[in-house]
Design a protein around this ligand. Sequence first.
Ligand SMILES: Cc1ncc(COP(=O)(O)O)c(C=O)c1O
Length: 382
Amino acid sequence: MIYFDNSATTQIEPSVLDTYMRTSQRIFGNPSSLHLVGGQAYRLLEQSRKQVASLLNVSVNEIFFTSGGTEGDNWVIKGTAIEKAPFGKEIILSAIEHPAVSESAKQLERLGFVVKFLPVDNRGFVKVEALKNLITSQTILVSVMAINNEIGTIQPIQAISEVLEAFPKIHFHVDAVQAIGKIPITSWLTPRVDFAVFSAHKFHGPKGVGIVYSKEGKKLAPLLNGGGQERGLRNGTENVPGIVATAKALRMLQEDQAKKNAHQRNIKQFLLDSLRKFEKVTVFSEACEQKYAPHILCFSLKGVRGEVLVHAFEKKEVFISTTSACSSKKGLTPGTLQAMAVSPSIATGAVRLSLCEKNTMVEAEQFMIIFQQLYQKFSKIN
Ligand SMILES: Cc1ncc(COP(=O)(O)O)c(C=O)c1O
């Protein structure tokens, strides 16, 4: 099989799974328990927090563990709203955020918050110059993702950080779920970023573990109240085996990162060059290293709905996706392409290929052979 859906999820790394299983069996205590068995789990938990903090080059007090990217995004958006409601009720999001961000904001809208959208240009990049006009004295949060999950655009976090320097009280949140390990941390974890969110299953870690970077001194109200875990800010017994395995997956992700990303870029370049030869193909992702992620390639085949193409590939044991895994089952027009004002007839034909370092050029060549067959088949039908 060929698995080109790594932005939806990745296969857990065997040695990470091994760590998960061994920790589950041996260190099963509750880190909050006072006795020895609990103490072992507590030490391992804090060791993992230290390791994650050091890999992200932040302080250990700035790392919180959650259940994944969705929880992290919900926490930052709603936790900011609860914490800062007395100071203002306006939230600014890019128009291409993941539903974990945009749906959280919509829920707040129903509670009286005002949500404003930062537009993108027709290639899917946030218009930084529009930000200044959206900010008012009521603005409490700006949220912009580092890499868009549907087409792979790298968003101008540095430029947004510069604009927000003049507004130090506004929380700045970056959803870095697709960015970690794919582009240098310094390009999206700027000193101005207050919160960043990660998800372990996107980098060969276990499902059900997320990381939130929360800058020292910045406050988020907890969404999960309970027994005081994670310094009382994310309550609930910690998933120690998952967290230990996540720390390992993060370390492995960062080994030879430049080499792994160059490998993915090569494959992406080959796919881009090959796909562009087909008249009915529109490509939404480019190769440019500064502007596009190494692993995401989105294109549309005119006259064929995205889900039809996904299933046609599935029959050949090739696994791709209709832009984002979570909206694909609902048959929605991809949000990012909509925000880019791509015509619906083309947007509904969009599919996403997303790579990891384990994919090979041979797989890409096989993909193109199958694509050619499908292209001819669909051209005849149409
Ligand atoms: C950009 C982005 N944010 C958030 C999420 C949600 O992460 P999780 O699946 O861990 O809940 C995803 C998942 O696809 C994503 O791509």
